[in-house]
Ligand binder design. Structure first.
Ligand SMILES: [Zn+2]
Length: 346
């Protein structure tokens, strides 16, 4: 929203006295860098605002933020950009800036009734506390919500450990019509609406990961190479439509297969969770935030065993898809498109 009210909440030192006089009392003041706004910040500012009639936020200018020594490239966002984000919060009444290491001189201008500091501070030792007491104000600390900090967020991003959520999709019966042991691109026919549904999932932030039992390889009905050729066609076809797959994982095994190297028990044939666990490890996926769509009870069981957050079943012609799957799944839909619509529009 680019309404004039948003920028109106940001004010320079020279206008400050007049603007503060117009704010509802008691006046609460806090300060910080708020470099990459996160949930911890938002809950903190909300709590601070509850302590009075209005909340004035003293934002460390870029010069001031650098004095805090959080790193050579901090702050990541410039002061006027940070100010605009903060001005959009309902809890914040006014945003202003300070260039010094501490907000003491700004506090003398604002003269808040309540000075709030975020974190575990011994308020008695702070210069800010002595200052607000000069006019009978009080000072208190509000601890930040555990587990949120810009610094740790930046570290996780640098380490490449920000976990994505995934949509695990069974292949035959979910993406393409299940014509039993499909292994040639000529025989691969998309379920109507499936590509659009995958695009919607991708746009909603889900990494698309195909997890598919391909026991036809162990059974000698087609080779691993034929499977890989089909998979390459599938990937290229989807990329051309703007729907890239993050990964395709298959189990070539079957305990009673006739191809020696694939004829064995394994930990990847669904309902075992091996394919999902391997994808999560290799692609950096957050399983509790992920979902799975399958057409058989074995898909749902694999999702449960792996700890996937939600597991949905879609109807198919397959006789295995019975009552118990419906009960075990988080939802039961006609096809992928209807499933995705229900999940994303919920
Ligand atoms: Zn396997």
């Amino acid at each position: 929203m680019s309404s004039p009210e948003l920028a109106d909440k940001i004010c320079s030192r020279s206008e400050l006295a007049g603007r503060i006089a117009a704010l509802p009392k008691p006046l609460v003041f806090t300060n910080g860098v708020f470099d990459v706004l996160h949930r911890g910040h938002v809950q903190y500012l909300h709590a601070a605002r509850q302590l009075g009639g209005s909340l004035v936020l003293g934002l460390n200018s870029d010069v001031s933020a650098r004095l805090l020594g959080k790193g050579p490239d901090r702050p990541l966002n410039r002061a006027d950009d940070r100010a605009m984000v903060l001005a959009a919060l309902a809890s914040v009444s006014l945003v202003t800036f300070f260039d010094e290491r501490t907000p003491v001189s700004l506090i003398r201008v604002v003269r808040p009734d309540v000075y709030v500091k975020g974190g575990d501070y011994d308020m008695e030792r702070l210069e800010e506390t002595k200052v607000v007491r000069e006019w009978g104000g009080q000072a208190l600390a509000i601890p930040f919500v555990d587990g949120y900090s810009t610094t740790s967020l930046v570290q996780r991003i640098r380490a490449g450990r920000v976990l994505r959520k995934a949509a695990f999709l069974d292949r035959d019966g979910v993406i393409n019509l299940d014509r039993a042991y499909v292994h040639r691109w000529e025989d691969f026919e998309f379920v109507p609406g499936a590509v659009d549904a995958m695009r919607r999932l991708a746009e909603a932030g889900y990494a698309l990961v195909v997890v598919t039992n391909q026991s036809g390889i162990a059974r000698g009905m087609y080779t691993e190479t034929q499977y890989q050729t089909l998979t390459q066609h599938l990937r290229e076809h989807l990329v051309a439509q703007g729907v890239p797959l993050a990964g395709v994982y298959h189990c070539p095994h079957h305990p009673s297969g006739k191809v020696f190297e694939f004829a064995r028990d394994c930990d990847c044939r669904k309902p075992a969770p091996g394919l999902i666990l391997r994808a999560a490890k290799e692609l950096g996926l957050s399983l509790p935030d992920s979902l799975l769509v399958g057409d058989k009870p074995s898909d749902i069981h694999a999702a449960r065993a792996a700890g996937v957050g939600k597991a949905y079943i879609v109807d198919s012609d397959n006789a295995e898809s019975g009552q118990d799957a419906t009960v075990a799944a988080d939802g039961h839909y006609r096809d992928l498109q209807r499933c995705v619509s229900a999940v994303l529009d919920a």
